[in-house]
Design a protein around this ligand. Structure first.
Ligand code: 5RP
Length: 231
Protein backbone atom coordinates (compact mmCIF):
# COMPACT_ATOMS: atom_id res chain seq x y z
CA UNK A 1 0.00 0.00 0.00
CA UNK A 2 1.43 3.44 -0.88
CA UNK A 3 2.19 5.95 1.86
CA UNK A 4 -0.39 8.36 0.47
CA UNK A 5 -3.10 5.70 0.50
CA UNK A 6 -2.22 4.55 4.01
CA UNK A 7 -2.34 8.17 5.18
CA UNK A 8 -5.72 8.72 3.56
CA UNK A 9 -7.03 5.47 5.09
CA UNK A 10 -5.93 6.75 8.50
CA UNK A 11 -7.68 10.09 7.91
CA UNK A 12 -10.86 8.24 6.96
CA UNK A 13 -10.64 5.96 10.00
CA UNK A 14 -10.36 8.95 12.35
CA UNK A 15 -13.23 10.69 10.52
CA UNK A 16 -15.47 7.61 10.69
CA UNK A 17 -14.78 7.27 14.42
CA UNK A 18 -15.78 10.91 14.95
CA UNK A 19 -18.91 10.48 12.84
CA UNK A 20 -19.94 7.53 15.03
CA UNK A 21 -19.91 9.93 18.03
CA UNK A 22 -22.54 12.23 16.47
CA UNK A 23 -25.92 12.05 18.17
CA UNK A 24 -29.34 12.57 16.68
CA UNK A 25 -30.81 16.05 16.99
CA UNK A 26 -27.48 17.85 17.54
CA UNK A 27 -25.74 20.86 15.98
CA UNK A 28 -22.45 19.87 14.34
CA UNK A 29 -19.50 22.05 13.26
CA UNK A 30 -17.94 20.87 10.00
CA UNK A 31 -14.22 21.45 9.55
CA UNK A 32 -12.24 22.02 6.37
CA UNK A 33 -9.58 19.95 4.62
CA UNK A 34 -9.16 16.39 3.39
CA UNK A 35 -9.74 14.75 6.80
CA UNK A 36 -12.79 16.90 7.52
CA UNK A 37 -14.10 16.00 4.04
CA UNK A 38 -14.09 12.33 5.09
CA UNK A 39 -16.05 13.33 8.21
CA UNK A 40 -18.64 15.16 6.09
CA UNK A 41 -18.95 12.14 3.80
CA UNK A 42 -19.45 9.84 6.80
CA UNK A 43 -22.17 12.15 8.14
CA UNK A 44 -23.86 12.15 4.73
CA UNK A 45 -23.98 8.35 4.92
CA UNK A 46 -25.40 8.41 8.43
CA UNK A 47 -27.99 11.04 7.44
CA UNK A 48 -29.11 8.78 4.58
CA UNK A 49 -29.72 6.10 7.22
CA UNK A 50 -31.88 8.48 9.28
CA UNK A 51 -29.56 10.62 11.43
CA UNK A 52 -31.08 14.09 11.86
CA UNK A 53 -28.55 16.89 12.47
CA UNK A 54 -27.96 20.53 11.58
CA UNK A 55 -24.49 21.62 10.49
CA UNK A 56 -22.44 24.82 10.54
CA UNK A 57 -19.56 24.61 8.04
CA UNK A 58 -16.19 26.36 8.41
CA UNK A 59 -15.72 27.13 4.71
CA UNK A 60 -17.61 27.56 1.46
CA UNK A 61 -16.12 24.29 0.16
CA UNK A 62 -17.25 22.29 3.19
CA UNK A 63 -20.69 23.93 2.91
CA UNK A 64 -20.91 22.88 -0.73
CA UNK A 65 -19.86 19.29 0.01
CA UNK A 66 -22.39 19.02 2.85
CA UNK A 67 -25.19 20.62 0.84
CA UNK A 68 -24.56 18.39 -2.18
CA UNK A 69 -24.72 15.34 0.10
CA UNK A 70 -28.06 16.46 1.51
CA UNK A 71 -26.95 17.62 4.98
CA UNK A 72 -29.05 20.42 6.46
CA UNK A 73 -27.10 23.59 7.25
CA UNK A 74 -27.83 26.20 9.89
CA UNK A 75 -26.11 29.32 11.21
CA UNK A 76 -25.20 31.11 14.43
CA UNK A 77 -28.32 33.30 14.28
CA UNK A 78 -30.45 30.19 14.74
CA UNK A 79 -27.96 28.16 16.82
CA UNK A 80 -25.29 30.15 18.68
CA UNK A 81 -23.97 27.01 20.42
CA UNK A 82 -22.59 23.99 18.59
CA UNK A 83 -22.79 20.59 20.31
CA UNK A 84 -19.79 19.05 18.60
CA UNK A 85 -17.25 20.52 16.16
CA UNK A 86 -14.95 18.16 14.26
CA UNK A 87 -11.97 19.36 12.25
CA UNK A 88 -8.52 18.37 11.02
CA UNK A 89 -5.22 19.98 12.00
CA UNK A 90 -1.80 20.62 10.55
CA UNK A 91 0.06 19.88 13.79
CA UNK A 92 -1.14 18.49 17.13
CA UNK A 93 1.12 18.84 20.17
CA UNK A 94 1.33 15.61 22.16
CA UNK A 95 -0.06 16.04 25.66
CA UNK A 96 -1.46 19.55 25.45
CA UNK A 97 -3.33 19.03 22.14
CA UNK A 98 -2.47 22.60 21.16
CA UNK A 99 -2.79 22.96 17.38
CA UNK A 100 -1.51 24.67 14.29
CA UNK A 101 -4.35 25.00 11.79
CA UNK A 102 -5.00 26.92 8.59
CA UNK A 103 -2.83 25.43 5.87
CA UNK A 104 -6.21 24.91 4.18
CA UNK A 105 -6.95 28.62 4.54
CA UNK A 106 -10.06 28.39 6.73
CA UNK A 107 -8.56 29.18 10.14
CA UNK A 108 -10.79 32.13 11.05
CA UNK A 109 -14.09 30.32 10.60
CA UNK A 110 -12.55 27.15 12.03
CA UNK A 111 -11.64 28.97 15.21
CA UNK A 112 -15.04 30.66 15.49
CA UNK A 113 -16.76 27.28 15.13
CA UNK A 114 -14.38 25.49 17.55
CA UNK A 115 -14.81 28.24 20.13
CA UNK A 116 -18.60 27.99 19.89
CA UNK A 117 -18.57 24.22 20.42
CA UNK A 118 -19.31 22.41 23.68
CA UNK A 119 -16.87 19.78 22.46
CA UNK A 120 -14.09 20.24 19.89
CA UNK A 121 -12.71 17.02 18.43
CA UNK A 122 -9.68 16.93 16.14
CA UNK A 123 -9.23 14.14 13.61
CA UNK A 124 -5.91 13.31 11.96
CA UNK A 125 -3.48 10.72 10.76
CA UNK A 126 -0.46 10.11 12.96
CA UNK A 127 1.88 12.32 10.87
CA UNK A 128 0.22 15.35 12.51
CA UNK A 129 1.37 14.51 16.06
CA UNK A 130 4.46 16.49 17.11
CA UNK A 131 6.47 17.02 20.27
CA UNK A 132 6.64 20.77 19.71
CA UNK A 133 4.53 22.94 17.39
CA UNK A 134 6.17 24.94 14.63
CA UNK A 135 9.30 22.90 13.87
CA UNK A 136 8.09 21.95 10.40
CA UNK A 137 4.89 23.95 9.84
CA UNK A 138 4.51 27.73 9.61
CA UNK A 139 1.73 29.41 11.57
CA UNK A 140 -0.85 30.69 9.06
CA UNK A 141 -1.91 34.23 9.96
CA UNK A 142 -4.99 35.77 8.34
CA UNK A 143 -4.55 39.51 7.86
CA UNK A 144 -6.52 42.44 6.51
CA UNK A 145 -5.40 43.25 2.93
CA UNK A 146 -5.13 46.97 3.75
CA UNK A 147 -1.49 47.84 4.43
CA UNK A 148 -0.58 44.15 4.48
CA UNK A 149 3.12 44.97 4.03
CA UNK A 150 3.12 46.82 7.37
CA UNK A 151 1.46 43.84 9.08
CA UNK A 152 4.07 41.55 7.51
CA UNK A 153 6.84 43.74 8.95
CA UNK A 154 5.25 43.70 12.43
CA UNK A 155 5.05 39.89 12.28
CA UNK A 156 8.68 39.70 11.19
CA UNK A 157 9.58 41.73 14.29
CA UNK A 158 7.93 38.98 16.39
CA UNK A 159 10.55 36.57 15.03
CA UNK A 160 8.65 35.08 12.09
CA UNK A 161 9.62 34.70 8.46
CA UNK A 162 6.29 35.68 6.86
CA UNK A 163 5.46 34.55 3.30
CA UNK A 164 2.39 35.83 1.49
CA UNK A 165 0.38 32.78 0.46
CA UNK A 166 -0.06 32.61 -3.31
CA UNK A 167 2.61 35.29 -3.89
CA UNK A 168 2.18 39.00 -4.54
CA UNK A 169 0.83 38.58 -8.10
CA UNK A 170 -1.91 36.08 -7.25
CA UNK A 171 -2.37 36.19 -3.47
CA UNK A 172 -4.71 33.64 -1.95
CA UNK A 173 -7.95 35.12 -0.58
CA UNK A 174 -9.81 33.51 2.30
CA UNK A 175 -13.59 33.06 2.30
CA UNK A 176 -13.69 36.37 4.17
CA UNK A 177 -11.60 38.14 1.49
CA UNK A 178 -8.47 38.40 3.63
CA UNK A 179 -4.84 37.47 2.93
CA UNK A 180 -2.71 34.83 4.63
CA UNK A 181 0.89 35.19 5.76
CA UNK A 182 2.52 31.84 6.50
CA UNK A 183 4.81 32.68 9.40
CA UNK A 184 7.67 30.28 10.07
CA UNK A 185 8.70 30.67 13.71
CA UNK A 186 10.57 27.41 14.17
CA UNK A 187 9.84 25.34 17.32
CA UNK A 188 7.40 27.28 19.53
CA UNK A 189 8.26 27.09 23.24
CA UNK A 190 5.05 28.70 24.52
CA UNK A 191 2.13 28.53 22.04
CA UNK A 192 -0.26 30.45 24.33
CA UNK A 193 2.20 33.34 24.72
CA UNK A 194 2.84 33.52 20.98
CA UNK A 195 -0.91 33.33 20.32
CA UNK A 196 -1.44 36.34 22.59
CA UNK A 197 1.26 38.34 20.78
CA UNK A 198 -0.17 37.48 17.36
CA UNK A 199 -3.68 38.45 18.49
CA UNK A 200 -2.34 41.79 19.70
CA UNK A 201 -0.64 42.60 16.37
CA UNK A 202 -2.28 45.35 14.33
CA UNK A 203 -3.61 44.10 10.99
CA UNK A 204 -3.98 40.48 12.16
CA UNK A 205 -7.54 39.18 11.80
CA UNK A 206 -6.79 35.76 13.34
CA UNK A 207 -3.96 33.24 13.55
CA UNK A 208 -3.71 29.48 13.25
CA UNK A 209 -2.48 28.71 16.76
CA UNK A 210 -5.26 26.95 18.71
CA UNK A 211 -3.94 26.63 22.28
CA UNK A 212 -6.06 24.79 24.87
CA UNK A 213 -9.11 24.44 22.61
CA UNK A 214 -9.09 20.71 21.82
CA UNK A 215 -11.08 18.35 24.06
CA UNK A 216 -10.22 15.15 22.22
CA UNK A 217 -7.89 14.20 19.35
CA UNK A 218 -8.60 11.05 17.35
CA UNK A 219 -5.32 10.09 15.73
CA UNK A 220 -5.23 7.08 13.42
CA UNK A 221 -2.43 4.87 12.15
CA UNK A 222 -2.24 1.34 10.73
CA UNK A 223 -3.03 -0.10 14.17
CA UNK A 224 -6.28 1.82 14.59
CA UNK A 225 -7.73 5.04 16.00
CA UNK A 226 -6.13 6.32 19.21
CA UNK A 227 -7.88 8.68 21.60
CA UNK A 228 -5.86 11.55 23.06
CA UNK A 229 -7.73 13.43 25.77
CA UNK A 230 -6.66 16.95 26.70
CA UNK A 231 -4.51 16.72 29.83
C1 5RP B 1 -7.78 24.03 7.06
C2 5RP B 1 -7.16 23.27 8.18
C3 5RP B 1 -7.13 21.80 8.04
O1 5RP B 1 -7.81 21.23 9.10
C4 5RP B 1 -5.70 21.34 8.04
O2 5RP B 1 -5.01 22.02 7.00
C5 5RP B 1 -5.59 19.83 7.85
O3 5RP B 1 -5.93 19.48 6.55
P1 5RP B 1 -5.94 17.98 6.06
O4 5RP B 1 -7.02 17.28 6.80
O5 5RP B 1 -6.22 18.08 4.57
O6 5RP B 1 -4.59 17.38 6.33
O7 5RP B 1 -6.73 23.80 9.18
O8 5RP B 1 -7.71 25.42 7.28
Amino acid sequence: MSGATAQDDAKRAAADYAASMVEDGTIIGLGTGSTAAHFIDALIERARLGLSILCIPTSERSAERAREGGLALTDFAAHPVIDLAVDGADEIARGTLDLIKGLGGALLREKIVAAAARRFVVIADASKLVDRLGARTPVPVEIDPFGWQTTRDRLARLGATPALRGGETTPTRTDGGNLILDCAFGPIADPAALAARLSATLGVVEHGLFPAMTHLALVADATGVHRHEAG
